[in-house]
Design a protein around this ligand. Structure first.
Ligand SMILES: [Zn+2]
Length: 143
């Protein structure tokens, strides 16, 4: 099992010397709370690189072997209606892996929606359909 960090547990900036360092067991913690977003999501700041991030940013990607962009792109293609089986063939990920990303993504929906809508031009309705698909445990087919 891969380990999943709690929100605000580590710096998600790959260029930071403290990237991925968990806060537990550190005498000098590098992450501190830094206000909230408009949607009342807790924001954090890394004291080492001064990057701010929300609690859920990066959490889904923590200790994943696949680069963040690849996972986001896969999620975007799913939202656009690609089937898991065809994505699995095209990209070489196991169907189980894609499903696991999808389930995890749904738990961090709020943080991921911003990125998917802004960077991947995914529409609100497509995201709603995607999360509904996950909630139905994959019983229903994506539109
Ligand atoms: Zn940092």
């Amino acid at each position: 099992m891969e380990q999943f960090a709690k929100p605000g547990d580590f710096c998600p900036n790959e260029a930071c010397p403290d990237y991925g360092k968990l806060q537990d067991g550190q005498t000098q913690r590098n992450i501190r709370k830094y206000g909230k977003t408009r949607a009342s999501v807790q924001r954090y700041q890394c004291q080492t690189c001064h990057r701010t991030f929300t609690g859920t940013t990066g959490t889904i990607f923590f200790r994943k072997r696949t680069p963040e962009h690849e996972i986001l792109e896969t999620l975007a293609l799913l939202a656009e209606g690609s089937r898991i089986s065809s994505l699995s063939r095209a990209k070489g990920f196991k169907e189980d892996t894609i499903l696991a990303w999808l389930r995890e993504a749904a738990q961090h929906a709020e943080a991921l929606e911003e990125v998917l809508m802004k960077d991947f031009k995914i529409k609100r309705g497509q995201l709603d359909a995607l999360w509904a698909y996950v909630r139905n445990k994959g019983e229903k087919k994506l539109p």
